[in-house]
Design a protein around this ligand. Structure first.
Ligand SMILES: [Zn+2]
Length: 320
């Protein structure tokens, strides 16, 4: 008789035939930097995740390094917002300062930075508004300025999350021209217009003041479009492509994985994180097991890299 159970009989054989193994090296830890001093403040919508002022980053950076995490991604919350997101490309902007600080603190983490405008524009949209909608081509000039200013501050990987057409090509060109040939681009290629981003917008204070993001982020109903977006980005020079969100889009991650040879990143977004935390708080789930199973499913689906707010706690669990 065929007996699948022979290979499940004990932990030794299960370990030998295990197909997917999660490690801290799979994770990128998102870090939220804020203006001010002496601030380490828990984010209400994301329990266990904090806003840090630049002077307070040391602790979390050391923790990440000690746990074997290899990458972080910096998000910034400026005090000042305006129509054209000028703080996003200021030399002394919050992301730029946080980047310089972390590069000073350690060489053991890859520092990547999110490039977008929604945290910096007073309207909360991801670009420059004309006639009630984001103007694609005008926004590209700003994205290039932001990317170059991040690279100047020491960012090693630029991650554009805006979903404007042609931005990867233009950012690559701008980085090269400014002498940053070795700064890589991880593109948010298939970024869906998702309700799962809710807690992040509260954390980053970046909800749009009017309308929604449906004219630039992808329709959750579309699968083939994700492949098109990924192929465009690779053609334009993306070194790594991303699918966001992750949990409701595992089919997309798998399809991208099967279609291209480029490394694939999955973003385990704030809503996915917050649901686990809420269910755990209510005593409905075994939190530790759910965290690892969720992250494992993303890797099994084909993700080489997972951006996750669980990075620190999951790395601790994997050490046991
Ligand atoms: Zn944005």
């Amino acid at each position: 008789m065929r007996r699948g159970r022979r290979l499940r009989a004990d932990e030794n054989i299960r370990g030998l035939v295990r197909e997917t193994i999660l490690t801290p090296q799979d994770f990128i830890l998102p870090i939220f930097a804020v203006e001010g001093e002496g601030i380490k403040r828990e984010i209400e919508s994301l329990p266990g995740v904090y806003h840090y002022s630049v002077d307070m980053l040391k602790e979390v950076v050391e923790e990440a390094v000690n746990l074997g995490i290899k990458g972080i991604m910096i998000f910034g919350l400026p005090d000042h917002k305006d129509c054209c997101g000028s703080e996003a490309y200021a030399d002394n902007g919050i992301v730029q300062r946080a980047t310089r600080k972390i590069r000073e603190l350690t060489n053991d983490l890859l520092v990547s930075t999110d490039v977008c405008m929604c945290e910096y524009t007073d309207n909360g949209h991801c670009g420059i508004i004309h006639d009630g909608d984001v103007d694609n081509d005008e926004t590209l000039d700003y994205l290039c300025k932001i990317a170059v200013s991040h690279a100047k501050a020491g960012s090693q990987m630029i991650a554009p999350s805006d979903m404007m057409d042609g931005r990867v090509y233009r950012i690559r060109e701008a980085l090269d021209k400014a002498g940053f040939k070795n700064v890589s681009i991880m593109s948010y290629s298939a970024k869906y217009c998702s309700a799962y981003y809710g807690p992040f917008r509260a954390a980053a204070n970046s909800a749009p003041a009017f309308g929604d993001r449906k004219t630039y982020q992808m329709d959750p109903a579309n699968r083939r479009e994700a492949i098109r977006e990924v192929l465009y980005d690779i053609e334009e020079g993306a070194d790594i492509v991303m699918v966001k969100p992750a949990l409701s889009y595992l089919d997309i991650i798998r399809e991208v994985r099967d279609t291209v040879e480029t490394p694939v990143c999955a973003y385990n977004v704030s809503g996915e994180y917050a649901m686990v935390k809420a269910a755990a708080k209510m005593g409905l789930i075994d939190e530790e097991k759910i965290i690892l199973e969720t992250l494992l499913s993303m890797k099994r689906a084909g993700a080489d890299i997972i951006i996750t707010y669980h990075a620190l706690e999951a790395s601790k669990l994997l050490r046991r």
